[in-house]
Design a protein around this ligand. Structure first.
Ligand code: BEZ
Length: 305
């Protein structure tokens, strides 16, 4: 069985007609029918019920179709990703979500530059879903995010779990009382400013799930476009927000950051790369990250590229 057979079969399955599929594939109908027959002979079952018009897939055909499109997608991804590797041009392109930029990313890049002063680094602000696409299309070589999307072509590594903290306006009772730690239950009746509104699922859904997992509900929350807006509104006394601990230096004239009592209120730092990409640049990027973790005394689990 060859990829060509899968492409032909998928075209017939989607067009529900040999004629239309042949037009889509720029071939004539008799060779297309022959190829599909060959395929059916090889797998030993009928995939297309030819009795009906428009054509219908048999149950085995439906099963074969679902797997065929997955295999074709993997083969297309493999082509795009190999082209990207073959055209390697002394650059390392990094996708990141904005909260990562306010955390350790600048330090990681500075250390990487010391190791590879001649490599140009390109930075792209991309959400976790866009990072997956960027890795497949070859726009980026590595992504740093906070959500664990599944994709067969991408390898995700959780570098560490970062503690979350509550950003509270300095005039708020929780700040004035001098609270040194909080629980999620303390926030159920506060106006929570959650971000980003799009695309979903986002950090908003992650935070709401933290409540749900503890059988709690955030009764009052407002969705805002992004992190800076949430922090600006906290500074203006509009409500509270939840941010990763590495951001607790932001706006600290107007905002105080209170840790959670429960050490399990964390957000993962996720590094995404193309599966089987074993480039030296990526290995160095991971190693400098570990050096920074060691220097800062962070807990983490070592991964290998
Ligand atoms: C971190 O915060 O752990 C991190 C951020 C950017 C790159 C690598 C790690």
């Amino acid at each position: 069985m060859e990829l060509r057979h899968l492409r032909y079969f998928v075209a017939v399955a989607e067009e529900k007609s040999f004629n239309k599929a042949a037009t889509r594939l720029y071939i004539s109908q008799p060779p297309l029918s022959r190829q599909i027959k060959q395929l059916e002979d090889e797998v030993g079952v009928t995939l297309i019920d030819r009795e009906n018009r428009p054509l219908k897939l048999t149950e085995a055909g439906e099963f074969f179709y679902d797997h065929a499109i997955e295999i074709l997608k993997k083969s297309d991804d493999l082509r795009a990703m190999t082209i990207r590797k073959g055209n390697f041009d002394n650059t390392l392109s990094i996708g990141f979500v904005s909260s990562i930029l306010y955390g350790l990313l600048p330090k990681v890049i500075a250390h990487f530059r010391e190791a590879y002063p001649n490599i140009e680094i390109k930075l792209y602000e991309l959400n976790s879903w866009q990072q997956t696409q960027g890795l497949i299309d070859g726009k980026i070589d590595v992504g740093f995010g906070r959500l664990l999307f599944e994709d067969a072509s991408i390898r995700r590594m959780v570098l560490r779990e970062e503690s979350l903290v509550v950003a509270v306006p300095i005039g708020h009772p929780l700040a004035k009382e001098g609270r040194t730690s909080l629980r999620l239950i303390d926030l159920t009746n506060e106006n929570l400013l959650l971000y980003p509104t799009a695309p979903r699922p986002s950090f908003i859904d992650y935070v709401l799930e933290l409540f749900e997992a503890r059988k709690l509900k955030a009764n009052y929350f407002t969705e805002v476009r992004e992190l800076h807006v949430a922090l600006g509104l906290v500074a203006a006394g509009e409500g509270l927000t939840i941010v990763p601990k590495t951001l607790e230096h932001l706006r600290n004239q107007e905002v105080t950051y209170i840790p959670f009592e429960d050490g399990l209120i964390t957000s993962p730092i996720v590094m995404s790369v193309r599966h089987f990409d074993k480039s030296e640049l990526l290995k160095t990027l991971l190693n400098v990250t570990y050096q920074i973790y060691d220097a800062e005394g962070f807990d983490y689990k070592k991964e290998r590229i």
